[in-house]
Design a protein around this ligand. Structure first.
Ligand SMILES: *Cc1c(COP(=O)(O)O)cnc(C)c1O
Length: 341
C-alpha cells in the first residue's frame, strides 16, 4: 500500500501492465490446490495443452473500484464466480467454487492495492480470472490438469473525454451457434469475432452487431457487450436468447432501470427491422460500462437513435446510477458490493 507507483492515472487505456502479484491454483487428481500469489507473469505449460489446441478454457472480467473515502471494493464478484462455473461446465473443466474465486480476487487486489487507481480518475483495477486446460494431452478430450489464475491490470475509463455515442454495423458472420457456446465466456467465441470486428472498424464503425444465428433477424450482441434499447414509452428492453453471453452489467441495469428509474423492464426479441421502437440504445459490459449507440448501419442505411453526438437522457441516468454504485457514491442494492479489507 505504501509502495509508490508512478502512473499517469488519467491516461490509462485498456491495455496490459504487469502488476506485482498474481494468483494461481492448480487442479490435479480431482482437487484444486490451495493457490498462491506469485510474481512471475509468464506461464510454462505443455505444448500439448487442451487450452492451446482445443480452446478448453474460459475467462472472466471484473473491476476493483476506489471509493471517495479511499476504500476499495468489488462489484458483484459472486456473479462472475457463478458465471465462470457455468463456463467451466460447458467446456468440461472442474468448477472453481464461488468462495475460492472471490478469495482469489480479494488476494490479488490486496496484493496490488497501490495499483488501484485513485477515486475521481474514473480508472479502475481490472481483474482477469481464467481457467485453462493444461498437462500433456493429444486427442480431443478434457485435460488431465487445470490452472485457475487471476491477474490485475489498472485500466482507464472507456471514454476519455466523457461518454460519447458510437456507430455500429451488422456483422455478416455469427459469433455463436444456436446450441453452441455463445452463453459461455470461452476463448473460442472471441477468436471468431476478431475478423468481423476488424472489418467493421476498417469501415469506420466502433464494432459490429451480431444477429441471432438461426434467423438473422434479431439483435444478440454488440461486439463483446450486450444490447439494450429504451422505448418512447419508457421501457428498458434487452434481447433474450440462449446464445447471448449473460452480462452482469445488463442484469444490474435491468434492476436499476426498474428500482431506481421506475422503468418497465422486458427481456424479449429485438428485431433489426424494428429499430424505430427505440428512442435510445446502448451496449453494456464491465469494460465499457455503457456505450451509447449513436446509430446502427443495416442494409446500407444508418439508423440513428437519439443522436450521433449526444447521449440520451435515460442512458445517461442509467450510466450515472451504475457508476455511482460501483464507485461507492450511491447506495447499492443489498449484496452487490464486496469491500476489500
Ligand atoms: C463479458 C461479455 C459481456 C459483458 O458481460 P459483463 O458481465 O457485463 O462484463 C457481454 N458479451 C460478451 C460476448 C462478453 O464476453
Amino acid at each position: 500500500m505504501s509502495k509508490n507507483v508512478s502512473i499517469d492515472w488519467s491516461n490509462l487505456s485498456f491495455s496490459y501492465t504487469k502488476t506485482d502479484l498474481r494468483y494461481v491454483s492448480i487442479w490435479k487428481d480431482g482437487n484444486w490446490d490451495e493457490g498462491k500469489l506469485i510474481e512471475d507473469n509468464m506461464i510454462t505449460i505443455s505444448e500439448a495443452s487442451t487450452a492451446i489446441h482445443y480452446g478448453q478454457q474460459c475467462f472472466e472480467g471484473l473491476k476493483a473500484y476506489r471509493t471517495p473515502n479511499g476504500d476499495v471494493q468489488l462489484f458483484r464478484p459472486d456473479e462472475n464466480a457463478k458465471r465462470m462455473i457455468q463456463s467451466c461446465n460447458r467446456v468440461m473443466m472442474p468448477e472453481v467454487p464461488v468462495d475460492k474465486f472471490i478469495d482469489a480476487c480479494m488476494q490479488v487486489v490486496k496484493a496490488n492495492l497501490h495499483w488501484v487507481p485513485p477515486y475521481g480518475t474514473g480508472a479502475t483495477l481490472y481483474l482477469r480470472p481464467y481457467v485453462i486446460g493444461i498437462g500433456h494431452n493429444l486427442g480431443v478430450k478434457s485435460a488431465p490438469e487445470f490452472m485457475f489464475g487471476v491477474f490485475a491490470v489498472p485500466v482507464g475509463p472507456y471514454f476519455k473525454g466523457g461518454m460519447a455515442p458510437v456507430n455500429f454495423t451488422i456483422a455478416d458472420m455469427d459469433r455463436a451457434a444456436p446450441h453452441g457456446t455463445g452463453a459461455a465466456k470461452v476463448g473460442g467465441n472471441y477468436a471468431g469475432s476478431m475478423l468481423p470486428n476488424y472489418e467493421a472498424k476498417k469501415r469506420g464503425f466502433a464494432d459490429c452487431i451480431y444477429l441471432d444465428p438461426i434467423t438473422h433477424t434479431k439483435i444478440e450482441e454488440v461486439g463483446a457487450a450486450n444490447f439494450f434499447g429504451i422505448t418512447s414509452d419508457g421501457k428498458f428492453i434487452t434481447p433474450d436468447s440462449p446464445s447471448i453471453l449473460p452480462s452482469i452489467t445488463k442484469y444490474s441495469l435491468m434492476h436499476l432501470a426498474k428500482e431506481y428509474l421506475n422503468l418497465t423492464v422486458e427481456e424479449r426479441d429485438c428485431y433489426i427491422d424494428n429499430l424505430d421502437e427505440f428512442t435510445e440504445a446502448g451496449a453494456c459490459g464491465t469494460a465499457a460500462v455503457i456505450t451509447p449507440i449513436g446509430g446502427i448501419e443495416h442494409k446500407g442505411k444508418l439508423h440513428v437513435f437519439h443522436s450521433e453526438t449526444e447521449v440520451g437522457p435515460v442512458t445517461k441516468k442509467l450510466y450515472d446510477t451504475l457508476v455511482g454504485i460501483q464507485f461507492g457514491e450511491i447506495e447499492a442494492p443489498k449484496g452487490w458490493i464486496y469491500k476489500v479489507e
